[in-house]
Design a protein around this ligand. Structure first.
Ligand code: MOS
Length: 702
């Protein structure tokens, strides 16, 4: 029997395919006879297209067509709100009218025989704009409450702040950050009569099928989406963006398949980004460090045509005990394209502000930062009144502090040195909610004693191919090599969005249920207790499907994963360059299906957090809305040399019987939360300078 496959640190079943280049990503599929597309983008932030001259582009050899709002077919654009789309507003209707909403908006599409011809021709399209005043500077916008307000108040935070023995009131700023996966977004579209096939980079094949069906006014069943491998996404592939529509539109006009691969620059103008946020945190506390009031009031940029809104105060409502709490978020609509979810959306931003403020409060009170947090541990979720399904945050603090050596810390800023380097130690809490959505899976057992288990899930990197094989193998009682898990095709049983750290909770639960059912069926039909022998006796495939969704557990329990992150930085005394030397994280995320893959997730989160804390900033030129650093030379992300030699990850042994059948809480997003504030807090400890606006670049420390 293969009991115990779940929990083993197995290597990726698709690892060899990936390192040998045999894994096929969206742009790499061989679709015979395809043409290439290049996008023409607006160079102003607001206005109308007064004239557009495509003649010289059209004359170029190899050019098949140049589409603009003047000649592009009118599209149905039926209403379609996927789970990840903004709840209010209309998505960009591409090439349907002369309106320009933002810099970089697609306003034309060139189709040609070769990529070079398409790219060159796109540069020859001449556009005259009737420019209108644009708002591209968040400090010039009146922030407004979103249509679906999330303002929450308990107690009377304002008078509690007035009465508090110690108070703190600060603003924390995170600039726009861009998704920068290695794989660029890409789509190959092919029509066969009114049947559309898309090879696409996406975190949700069914959503892409539904969106394109809605855009073209055809039945969803007419659209097939294939996406077996995703080279990183972080949330940029949750929605179906305009370039997917453009590829399909191009293929229809060209009457042949069309491949559209975004350039790195294109990636900054239409596949989302983490919105610029400004957050005010006010804390009131007693002298012995008990919180009496928390105010968390933030706003963020969004486009003029959609309300993209993410929780900022979510963690603030349940992380610490406080009788008086106020959280609010507002939106600043601007002439920018719509932001999107980006790894731990909202949570990572909100926790940066809250955990920076908690560190400032610890300093003001002369209380150790860990001790301050322990003094404010709640007994239950004070925002909902519900008990936590499990909450092992105390153990996370203790484990990470011990592994880090926190007890050796001298609380005095600038007290620790290593030659010319100022050394700082900082910490922060991490939390992320447990989600689950309905998912379907099918398990098919074959007479030769092997199994194929399928669900239309995605794998943007966490290792879905592998972890689902583990769940299926253990449940079926078969060894890993006898089980094949298949994902990434909308013809497969429906899976939810590959996001919100809920793939294992959702798809894993369905895979487990389908596998259990198939095994039981086979044993019942074949007799005996050995599955392989039973299958031989039946001598034909045994198939079972399952659909599993959340139960009513969220009405009885507050369900969250927790973690604690400790960081050592070194700041150059003269040049103010910050280097991260060590990160120690302890995480309580329920059951861990594959500790090797989970550790990789945490290392990725730590590196993402280093980028957020020290480097990442998609600059927006307030005159034009242009992103001048829309490339990987000037938008800095951590490289190997920026990553510390010590990235120490511990998973606590946490058994949570309430969250879902597998007892998993999700890890991918939890792993980035808390890293940036831990670094900012360590930089304060090293230098005595508190930086409240990310990224912490040398100019802010000199
Ligand atoms: Mo994640 S932002 O849910 O891909």
């Amino acid at each position: 029997m293969s009991v115990g496959i779940i929990g083993q640190p197995l290597s990726r079943v698709d690892g060899q395919l990936k390192v040998s280049g045999a894994a096929t990503y969206a742009a790499e599929f061989e679709v015979p006879g395809h043409a290439y597309a290049a996008v023409v983008r607006s160079t102003v932030a607001s206005g109308r297209i007064a004239a557009i001259d495509t003649a010289s582009a059209e004359r170029l050899p190899g050019v098949i067509a140049v589409l603009t709002h003047r000649n592009a077919p009118k599209l149905a654009y039926r209403e379609h709100h996927g789970f990840t789309d903004p709840a209010v507003g209309e998505r960009l209707h591409v090439l349907q009218d002369d309106r320009v909403h933002n810099q970089g908006q697609p306003i034309g599409l060139v189709l040609a025989d070769t990529l070079e011809q398409a790219t060159h021709a796109a540069t020859l399209v001449r556009v005259t704009y009737a420019t209108e005043p644009a708002i591209t500077d968040v400090s010039h916008v009146e922030a407004v409450e979103p249509t679906h307000s999330e303002t929450l108040q308990r107690g009377d935070p304002n008078s509690a702040l007035g009465d508090a023995e110690v108070t703190l009131d600060q603003a924390y700023v995170i600039p726009r950050e861009n998704h920068n996966p290695i794989e660029m977004h890409a789509t190959i579209a092919a029509w066969d009569d009114d049947q559309l096939t898309l090879w696409d980079k996406t975190q949700w094949v069914h959503n892409t099928a539904e969106e394109l069906a809605a855009v073209f006014g055809i039945p969803t069943d007419n659209v097939r989406v294939i996406s077996p491998f995703v080279g990183g996404a972080f949330g940029s592939g949750l929605r179906t963006w305009a370039h997917v529509t453009l590829a399909a539109l191009g293929a229809r006009v060209a009457a042949r398949p069309v491949k559209l691969v975004l350039s790195r620059r294109d990636m900054y103008y239409g596949v989302g980004y983490r919105p610029h946020t400004v957050q005010r945190i006010a804390l009131g506390a007693s002298r012995d460090g008990r919180l009496t009031a928390i105010v968390h009031d933030g706003y963020q940029e969004t486009s003029t045509y959609e309300e993209f809104s993410e929780t900022l105060g979510g963690p603030t409502r349940m992380l610490y005990s406080s009788p008086n709490v106020y959280t609010r978020r507002r939106l600043a609509p601007m002439n920018v394209h719509t932001p999107a979810h980006m790894r731990a959306p909202g949570q990572v931003s909100g926790v940066f502000a809250l955990e920076s403020a908690m560190d400032e409060l610890a300093t003001a009170l002369h209380i150790d930062p860990v001790e301050l947090r322990l003094r404010n541990e709640p007994q239950h979720d004070e925002s909902s009144g519900l008990p936590f399904s499990s909450r092992s945050l105390r153990e996370c603090y203790r484990t990470a502090a011990e592994r880090f050596g926190w007890s050796q810390r001298d609380p005095q800023p600038r007290s620790m040195r290593d030659g010319l380097w100022l050394i700082g130690w900082g910490m922060a809490s991490a939390t992320y909610p447990v989600h689950q959505a309905p998912a379907e899976a099918t398990a098919r057992l074959l007479p030769d004693g092997t199994a194929e288990v399928t669900s239309a899930a995605s794998d943007m990197g966490p290792g879905t191919w592998t972890s689902m094989t583990q769940v299926a193998a253990e449940t079926l009682g078969l060894p890993m090599e006898r089980v094949r898990f298949v994902l990434g095709d909308s013809r497969l049983p429906r899976a939810p969005v590959h996001g919100g750290s809920m793939t294992m909770a959702s798809v894993g639960s369905a895979v487990q249920a389908a596998s259990r059912r198939a095994r039981e069926d086979a044993l019942e039909r074949g007799g005996g207790s050995d599955l392989v022998e039973a299958l031989q006796r039946i001598d034909q495939p045994v198939e079972a499907s399952a659909e599993v969704g959340p139960g009513d557990e969220s009405q009885h329990y507050s369900m969250h994963a927790f973690g604690a992150v400790f960081v050592e930085v070194a700041v150059d005394r003269d040049l103010a360059e910050t280097r991260v030397r060590r990160i120690v994280g302890a995480y309580a995320a329920g059951r861990v299906v594959n500790p090797k893959l989970a550790r990789s997730q945490c290392i990725g989160g730590m590196i993402g957090g280093i980028g957020m804390a020290l480097m990442e900033h998609a600059a927006v030129d307030a005159r034009s809305g242009r992103v001048p650093n829309a490339n990987l030379a000037e938008y800095a992300v951590p490289v190997h040399a920026d990553c510390p030699p010590v990235m120490d990850v511990t998973f606590l042994d946490e058994h949570d019987p309430h969250v879902n059948p597998l007892g998993v809480k999700g890890i991918g997003e939890l792993a980035i939360v808390g890293v940036a504030p831990a670094i900012a807090n360590a930089v304060y400890h090293a230098t005595g300078t508190r930086v409240r606006e990310l990224p912490i670049t040398p100019d802010k420390l000199l």
